[in-house]
Design a protein around this ligand. Sequence first.
Ligand SMILES: [Zn+2]
Length: 130
Amino acid sequence: MGSYASYNAVSGEFSKYYYQTVAALNDLNVKIVTLAPNEKQNKPIEIAHSANSKYAVINNEKQLTQINVFDENKKKILQIDLNHVHVKLKEHVHIFGKNDKYHPPKDQYRPLNEEEENMVKRIREIVKGL
Ligand SMILES: [Zn+2]
């Protein structure tokens, strides 16, 4: 079990460990993470530990809430939200632009594609068994 820091965009530092890895889907480079023991609230995941990684966040009710997708430079490129409604879409993908760091742009979003739907399905199967 590993844990990793969330990136603080203001200070530019990895200031604190927020999440811990509880499972992985290695072929898709997905790490399934939960809040670290002392954390009560989900924090945005801004930067990856390794290139092209994906972090799937499980909340305290064991629900998959979000998948954060990073590129080869460890920059966040997609945020797949699964438990809040955005413009009538409960499940949606926010697309991060080159200069978007902290908050996803309001108008750049789309429904999940088939590949993403399949990934969500596989992650939910794993989460069921945790
Ligand atoms: Zn959203």
